[in-house]
Write a protein of this length. Structure first.
Length: 169
């Protein structure tokens, strides 16, 4: 097994080029064999996902603000989960505006998947345990979409361009 010095992806020993484009034989960055769609204006698929999730996170953040204000200090778990939602929404905006390093982008997508997946799991689990029907389908659909979108973006981060200009760690 060999580890890419550029993106830290572990690949089989016989691989010549990493998914990110690092060539193991020459030790240089070259084009990735995996094509990544770059849309007009330099928007990658992951960045488009970040824009959609930032917009959705902002909507849910405004929608949940009265709940947060009314429930503040009544439930530490609720407070922390809502705070995590606001933090990951900030992360989406950072992904939209800055050119981050690959590990930083991956960290945001992992955190996003954990938050969205956690909310989805605990809502569905709570409904099953209480024996109550799932009535808030829009929430379930949003969390499922956000979880899948975060995982897709995480996977795509391996092969999307990692530019050096304006890079922030």
């Amino acid at each position: 097994m060999r580890t890419c010095p550029h993106c830290k992806l572990i690949s089989p020993q016989d691989v010549i080029r990493c998914d990110c484009g690092y060539d193991f034989l020459s030790g240089e960055m070259k084009g990735s064999y995996i094509e990544s769609k770059v849309f007009q204006g330099g928007m990658t698929t992951s960045k488009i996902i970040a824009v959609i999730l930032a917009a959705g996170g902002t909507f849910w953040g405004v929608f949940c603000l009265p709940i947060l204000i009314g429930a503040w200090t009544h439930s530490v778990t609720l407070d922390l989960s809502l705070l995590a939602g606001y933090l990951i929404t900030v992360g989406y905006f950072i992904l939209c505006r800055l050119k981050l390093s690959l590990p930083a982008r991956r960290a945001i997508w992992i955190f996003s998947a954990l938050i969205q997946g956690g909310w989805l799991f605990f809502y569905l689990y709570g409904s099953i345990v209480r024996g109550t029907p799932i009535t808030e389908w829009i929430i379930v659909v949003w969390w499922a979409f956000a979880l899948v979108a975060s995982l897709i973006a995480l996977i795509l981060e391996r092969c999307e361009p990692d530019t050096k200009q304006d890079k922030v760690s």
